[in-house]
Design a protein. Structure first.
Length: 353
């Protein structure tokens, strides 16, 4: 009897040990990623599935626009999300709110392939940039002729024909910069110094002047596809990441980035401070900026993401912030913008809505 009891004790101990080990293994075999909702099929097919297969784990996904997902983790840091991909303005705000883990960059072997500016952004915000995008003008040349500059958005022939991003979206603040630059162009001021800031009074005066041309201030780029297809709009200011999707719905449209320049935004990836799957999260970041992944998601039938990994070379970088377009892209100081944003939102709503 004593022998049986001893055997039973040993078996029970082994079962408990195996159960604990199994639980630990299960916890490390899952990663919850919050990301953009623009191309969920391609994101799952070209990023989540290959990463999960290579690392023998399960990826749980949460899709949505950057602002709403950022608000969620701000209000609920225990949401269960391990890794979050955000637009640069939200990443800066998240860093300032101390929502992210302090990164050990020695665990990210592909980090060395980022530029000095990209590495600087990552170290300042604990958010690693994995792609860069910018804005241009998408339009129907058959209906409104050729567009070559931002200033043409104010042309009277475009009355009731354009859409612009809402102030609360990724590129909403860029519209304030565009309006500010338009005001400077009207003044033909040779004394203008681009210090990264805007004159609110003159910028919002020009947004008011633009209002008759604006059919809609949109929150989702996907809305533009139907608006072009139905003929509701003939031109829009849009992020380059959405151009391919819109052209699929309205093949006659063209996309251009003015020679005067554009405004850039990095999409970044961060580990939430309360993540329970840190090892897998580091592997995900490293995978996201690897040559193989960056090359895949740069394809036109994938996410159309411009690479940040310097070892990636593109032969046909359609609609991307790459090459000459990247050289003309101005960076926005989102620490400055985020401080001014409450005032800008109030004025925007009074002016545009």
């Amino acid at each position: 009897m004593k022998k049986f009891a001893k055997i039973l004790t040993i078996v029970t101990t082994l079962l408990i040990a195996l159960t604990v080990a199994g639980c630990g293994k299960t916890a490390n075999k899952q990663l919850t990623v919050s990301t953009f909702g623009l191309a969920t099929k391609q994101m799952t097919r070209d990023v989540f599935n290959p990463f999960a297969k290579a690392n023998d784990l399960t990826v749980k996904s949460q899709f949505g626009d950057s602002s709403s997902r950022f608000t969620q983790i701000s209000h609920n840091p225990n949401s269960g999300v391990d890794v979050i991909e955000l637009a640069q303005n939200n990443a800066v705000a998240g860093s300032n709110k101390n929502l992210f883990k302090k990164l050990d960059f020695s665990k990210i072997k592909n980090f060395k392939y980022l530029s000095k500016d990209q590495q600087k952004l990552a170290k300042e915000t604990n958010s690693v940039p994995y792609t860069v995008n910018s804005i241009g003008i998408i339009y129907n040349p058959k209906k409104i002729g050729k567009i070559t500059s931002w200033d043409q958005l104010w042309d009277k022939k475009l009355e009731g024909k354009i859409a612009i991003p809402d102030i609360a979206t990724t590129f909403g603040p860029a519209m304030v910069y565009i309006a500010n630059q338009h005001a400077q162009n009207l003044q033909a001021s040779s004394s203008f110094v681009d210090n990264g800031k805007v004159d609110e009074k003159q910028a919002f005066a020009q947004l008011k002047a633009l209002k008759p041309n604006v059919v809609k201030t949109y929150a989702k780029s996907s809305d533009l596809a139907n608006m072009f297809k139905s003929g509701e709009i003939d031109a829009a200011v849009v992020g380059d990441f959405a151009v391919g999707m819109i052209k699929n719905a309205a093949p006659d449209i063209e996309y251009m980035v003015p020679e005067s320049g554009t405004y850039a935004n990095y999409d970044t990836v961060s580990i939430l401070k309360n993540s329970k799957n840190e090892d897998a999260a580091y592997k995900y970041i490293d995978y996201r900026i690897s040559k193989a992944s960056q090359s895949k998601v740069a394809e036109s039938n994938s996410l159309n993401n411009a690479p940040v990994n310097s070892s990636v070379t593109l032969k046909d970088p359609q609609y991307m912030t790459y090459g000459d377009t990247a050289k003309r892209a101005k960076m926005i100081d989102f620490n400055y913008v985020n401080k001014e944003l409450p005032s800008w939102i109030k004025q925007w709503n009074q002016t545009m809505n």
